[in-house]
Design a protein around this ligand. Structure first.
Ligand code: PBG
Length: 325
């Protein structure tokens, strides 16, 4: 036998020497749920280990995370101030906006602040766009997304991450940002976002599930899980509209999509290991059915191997603090 792959697997050092895939700390993004009450630090039952935080705990948390090497955060606002048009999304005193200003002034350029843009956390019906005649309408939603993006850029966001899946929103947001003088702010679009059942814990955390009025699910705007060719088309459209980073979401059941998109586009690709993927790991670990560190490591490397440059994961902090990767 001439070729014996096992020769390079004999010791840990040899395995490290020939490892094909690496995950630098710089590519991890930690999501946070921000609320209005500055002192709040309320655990989210559906997401063990994650809390809805007000400014004070958030600033402390981010400071510790930065020490562990987490340099990117993705912010979601959680609020009771909801209406049909999600107007709180443009309010400079809304939780995300206040958090961004505070993070910016405390950490400056050491921290990259990414702001999720969507209506669902701000609308009383829980949909990601305006509702007219029982339907989620596209074009009328675009100016609202653009205005929300500008308001978040004004607060100091480095990057705008639209997660609504309306057609043409990247172009509308790019134009809005440029017009307001924010041509230097990047857009990370949720380009191929699937209508997935893995968002359940998030919707509880962000209070953003579709309510009684309007369609019962998001299938008229998020992608059908059977489609891969269309995912590449979505990514190419967003690239052409000016997105700087293209995201695939969820990650683990969509590794083929991450691979296809990363080969098709000329931009960095992000993958979002979503709330249901996180919660599944936590439940396995809690039941003693798997070792948390080992399965998180396996998940993160699979997503990286598939071609993701940026990994958004609720496990970012633990992965670095506890040296899982
Ligand atoms: C809002 C949004 C969702 C997620 C990110 N932004 C939920 C949804 O589309 O219902 C999901 C994130 C997660 O599950 O971790 N549009």
């Amino acid at each position: 036998m001439i070729d014996r792959p096992r020769r390079l697997r004999r010791t840990q050092a040899l395995r490290d020497l020939v490892a094909e895939t690496h995950i630098p700390a710089s590519c991890l993004v930690q999501p946070h749920f921000v609320v209005a009450d500055d002192g709040a630090d309320v655990p989210i039952p559906s997401l063990p280990g994650i809390a809805r935080m007000g400014l004070d705990p958030l600033l402390k948390r981010v400071e510790r995370d930065l020490e562990a090497g987490v340099r990117q955060v993705l912010l979601f606002a959680v609020t009771d101030d909801k209406d049909g048009a999600g107007s709180t999304g443009e309010d400079p005193e809304a939780p995300a906006h206040r958090a961004i200003r505070a993070l910016r002034s405390k950490f400056g350029e050491d921290l990259t602040v990414i702001a999720d843009v969507c209506l669902c956390t701000y609308t009383d019906h829980g949909h990601c766009g305006l509702i007219e005649n029982g339907q989620v309408v596209n074009d009328a939603t675009l100016p609202l997304l653009a205005r929300q993006s500008v308001s978040l850029a004004e607060a100091g966001a480095d990057m705008i991450a639209p997660s609504d899946m309306m057609d043409g929103r990247v172009a509308a947001i790019r134009a809005g940002l440029d017009e307001a003088g924010f041509e230097d702010r990047a857009i990370m679009s949720y380009a191929a976002k699937f209508a997935s059942s893995f968002y359940g814990p998030f919707r509880e955390a962000a209070d953003s599930a579709p309510k009684d009025a309007g369609p019962k699910d998001r299938k008229s705007y998020q992608m059908d899980l059977r489609n891969g060719v269309e995912a590449v088309r979505e990514a190419l459209l967003d690239e052409a509209e000016g997105a700087d980073i293209l995201m695939v979401k969820p990650a683990l059941a969509y590794l083929d999509i991450i691979r296809d998109v990363s080969q098709a586009v000329d931009r960095p690709v992000a993958a979002y290991l979503v709330s249901g993927e996180y919660a599944a790991v936590e439940l396995l670990a809690r039941e003693g059915l798997a070792n948390r560190a080992d399965i998180v490591r396996e998940h993160l490397f699979s997503v990286r191997r598939a071609g993701a440059d940026v990994l958004i994961t609720y496990h970012a902090r633990a992965a670095l603090e506890e040296r899982w990767i």
